[in-house]
Write a protein that binds this ligand. Structure first.
Ligand code: FES
Ligand code: FES
Length: 159
C-alpha cells in the first residue's frame, strides 16, 4: 500500500494505508488519536472537527492521499500545545462554563470554536451572534447556550 506522510500535533507521521481511507480513520484506528469523534462519517455532524493548517476541517471527509508532508493536522490532543500551556484558553473556558454534558461532541465543538475565533480575529473584528449561529457542530445533549458563553469567554483570552 502507498505511504502517506504528514504532521499531526507537531510530529511527522507516515502511514501505510490505501489513499482513499479518510483521515478520521487514520487518526483513530492507525495512530490511536481518538479525540476526533466518529459521529456520522459523512461530513455532516462535525463531531470529528480538527484543524488542518489552522483551519477547521472534518477529517471524515479528507482522503489521506490529499495530505502533503508539510500539512499540519491538529486534534484536540494537540490544541493546548498551540497555546503553550496545559490547557488552551478555550478549553479553560469550557471548564469554567461547565459546558460538557455527555461530552461526545465537545472536542469538535472546541476545535470549531478556536478556528472561528482565529478567523474572526484575523478579520480584525469581534465575534458576533451571526458567527456563533454559523457553527454547525451538532450536540445531541443541547449544550448550545453554554457553548456560546464559553466561546465568548475563551475568545477574550486568546491572543
Ligand atoms: S464524523 Fe465527521 S462530520 Fe460527522
Ligand atoms: S455534550 Fe453530549 S452530544 Fe454534545
Amino acid at each position: 500500500m502507498p505511504e502517506h506522510t504528514f504532521r499531526v500535533n507537531g510530529e511527522q507521521v507516515t502511514v501505510d494505508v490505501a489513499g482513499d481511507v479518510r483521515l478520521l480513520w487514520v487518526l483513530r484506528d492507525i495512530l490511536g488519536i481518538t479525540g476526533p469523534k466518529y459521529g456520522c462519517g459523512i461530513d455532516v455532524c462535525k463531531a470529528c472537527t480538527s484543524h488542518l493548517n489552522g483551519e477547521a476541517v472534518n477529517p471524515c471527509a479528507i482522503p489521506v492521499r490529499d495530505l502533503r508532508p508539510a500539512d499540519e493536522v491538529t486534534t484536540i490532543e494537540g490544541l493546548a500545545a498551540t497555546a503553550g500551556g496545559d490547557l488552551h484558553p478555550m478549553q479553560q473556558a469550557w471548564l469554567d462554563h461547565d459546558v460538557a454534558q455527555c461530552g461526545y461532541c465537545q472536542p469538535g465543538q472546541i476545535m470549531a470554536a478556536v478556528a472561528l475565533v482565529r478567523r474572526v480575529a484575523a478579520e480584525g473584528r469581534a465575534i458576533t451572534d451571526a458567527d456563533l449561529d454559523g457553527l454547525r457542530n451538532i450536540c445531541r445533549c443541547g449544550t448550545y447556550a453554554r457553548i456560546r458563553e464559553a466561546i465568548r469567554a475563551g475568545a477574550e483570552n486568546m491572543t
